[in-house]
Design a binder for this molecule. Structure first.
Ligand code: OAD
Length: 238
């Protein structure tokens, strides 16, 4: 068993699995979104250029679904960890905003946020939590151009400042918790490998095996809402 009290710098990487118990569908599981929908038809710049209404209908549906979900004990535990640990960084691939809703203050959102809209002409962003959106596809109030979800689509680069901060946190940590990700989408999937190369301990929380499992120092094969509160309890009271 790892001695968690020894870890000073803690980095966490989360994926869709942490929100599964809140009711948000994952991408690659049995009921995963990519089993039912083709990413290239819905989550690429080409798809948006071809048929913005179709893409927006899909995002509007997801926004409604996510809007009805609340953070679970795993999200809340990570907010408690941020408050209780001196050097803590949370990196997420999720766009659902549930970490913020749970009280996490600093979240490196690698793939953007589904509640933010971005002007395709000016690049400006703003939050809009209305569900459903009144007009599909929505247009910029300032310049009239199409708005898009401020999320990263296949074939697009990740926001560079956020990605740099994530790589820095991976390289500098003593332990990385990897929670609810299939660990196959780059560049997020390389963050735990960087942490490990730099000597950090890797803890995986996932009911299923992933390509990362063999590299992990500790594997908790449990749902995150069960594993994380227990882990944090042991961490504080060894
Ligand atoms: P995936 O859907 O690929 O993987 C979800 C993982 O969560 C799987 O490994 C499950 O075993 C695990 N899981 C399911 N329920 C869980 C639970 N209760 N507790 C813990 N783990 C659980 O989701 P991601 O790895 O996040 O990208 O996918 C990465 C990216 O692929 C997403 O951000 C999205 C997608 O295409 C973009 O949209 C750019």
């Amino acid at each position: 068993m790892l001695n968690f009290g020894q870890f000073r710098r803690v980095t966490v990487l989360t994926g869709a699995g942490i929100s599964a118990e809140s009711g948000v569908p994952t991408f690659r599981g049995e009921d995963g979104l990519w089993r039912q929908y083709r990413p290239e038809e819905l989550a690429t710049p080409e798809a948006f250029a071809r048929d913005p209404r179709l893409v927006w209908e899909w995002y509007d549906w997801r926004r409604r679904l996510i809007g009805a979900c609340r953070p679970n004990r795993a999200h809340h535990t990570l907010a408690d960890m941020e408050a209780g640990l001196p050097d803590f960084t949370l990196i997420t691939q999720n766009v659902d905003g549930l970490h913020h809703m749970a009280g996490s203050r600093r979240v490196l959102e690698l793939h953007g946020n589904i509640w933010r809209l971005r002007c395709t002409r000016e690049g400006t962003t703003h939050e809009d939590r209305r569900t459903p959106l009144p007009d599909l596809p929505p247009h910029c109030a300032d310049c009239g151009a199409l708005l898009r979800p401020d999320v990263v689509w296949f074939g697009e680069s990740l926001p560079s400042e956020i990605l740099e901060a994530a790589f820095a946190a991976a390289a500098a940590c003593d332990v990385m918790l990897v929670v609810g990700t299939s660990a196959v989408v780059q560049p997020a999937a390389s963050l735990p490998l960087i942490a490990r190369q730099r000597g950090a301990a890797i803890v995986e929380v996932n009911p299923q095996a992933t390509p990362l499992s063999d590299f992990a120092d500790l594997v908790l094969r449990q749902p995150a809402a069960q594993a994380l509160p227990q882990l944090w309890e042991r961490w504080q009271h060894p």
